[in-house]
Design a binder for this molecule. Sequence first.
Ligand code: NDP
Length: 436
Amino acid sequence: MARPLEQPIFVQAVKEVITSLKPLFQRHPIYLEALPTICTPERSHLFQVPWVDDEGIQRINHGYRVQFNQALGPYKGGLRFHPTVDLSVIKFLAFEQTFKNALTGLPLGSAKGGSDFDPKGRSNREVYKFCRAFMTQLFPYIGPDRDVPAGDIGVGAREIGYMYGQYKRLTREFHGVLTGKQVGWGGSHIRPEATGYGLIYITDYMLRKKGGSLNGKRCAISGAGNVAQFAAEKLIELGAKVISFSDSDGTIYEADGFDKEGLQQIMALKSSRKRCSDYVNFSKTAKYFVGANPWSLETEIDFAFPCATQNEIGAEDAQNLINKGCKGLFEGANMPSTIEAVAVLQTCKDLVYIPGKAANAGGVAVSCLEMAQNSARMVWSREKVDRMLKEIMERIYDSCEEAAKDLQDEGNLQLGANAAGFRRVADAMFQQGLVF
Ligand code: NDP
């Protein structure tokens, strides 16, 4: 097994948690005893994924499923298909998932998985063949009461469908072993929207508690995928101006904000696997910046919503945002801000920072609601699931706020999120004798 130093992003995620939790360990040293176990995955599955491309050439990708912690419920976390995926990335994501899932207050353990397969440029038939091959390797490790994967970067409704079909072929069981399924056959209403909507629900709740609102605020979004699109939809509904989207090629900017038609166009481009740069063919007012991220736009930004990927905001970007008058950074992506960026953000007392563990937990929360509907053989209405999502996001914010206050660092939601999540998992581990 690789030593920790060969897993830089996993080490970064662990460092971030341990450093921020110093006040918790000083106040309650007993929690230090749970620390090594909480930072170690319970089990890691590594497997090859052999498949044949459209040219008839045999391809081999690496597959992963890291089952991190089962103290609170079945292992739960998404699958990512992206060329940057390796064991370090999957361990970091599974570790983050431990705290996020605990924060939801729902019965969810933590896991993450995926492959270095790159769906970009692959035909639908190739994606289908890869998904089948991936599930053929993964299926022995998962089950509705054991481990329930979902989507993440590169894994949307299409991929979940192909994988679910293969799971059924192999097991002859129709049960809730994957979430993010289509609503017609076991999916939940609001699951596609949940991470983006949840991000805006928690932001809106925090602002309303402080006497503010999103109305008229200039919001910069990175990414143009699932999380970015539905965060934008909710922001526009609440009267905010969404001024950017991005992908790995560059940033598209609308000075007066994307309207509903503009957002529909971004959604259409992405579902037909086109690029943000293609948006300039639709709008005369849009500007495209090759290779740039939204944080470097020469414009005022009230709030930033990173919704693309890890480490997309460095210290310089964080300082840029503060200089532009940014008053809030709310993470839709997992760990989009580096440790150095978070340190810069925390120098600005007027800026609210909500880490991804809390801010993007809406997706997994609705996944848990999907599991509940599957177990009960029920379909809940869109309104009911949306209402439950909103309540969960508000509860998450309150628990982070209270945990920070309890540790005498009011307003430090990084500490609050880590402390509230850590305590829930550690308490369960002590009670189950998993740490003694
Ligand atoms: P998608 O695959 O739907 O979209 C990802 C978007 O981010 C794409 O626009 C992609 O552009 C862009 N992107 C990816 N890598 C980079 C990069 N290195 N630089 C710039 N842009 C990049 O994924 P999701 O929207 O589902 O996920 C986005 C983030 O949210 C991830 O961090 C994920 O872990 C997190 N998240 C997702 C949840 C969900 O329910 N989907 C739940 C909780 C967190 P391109 O097409 O060029 O790659």
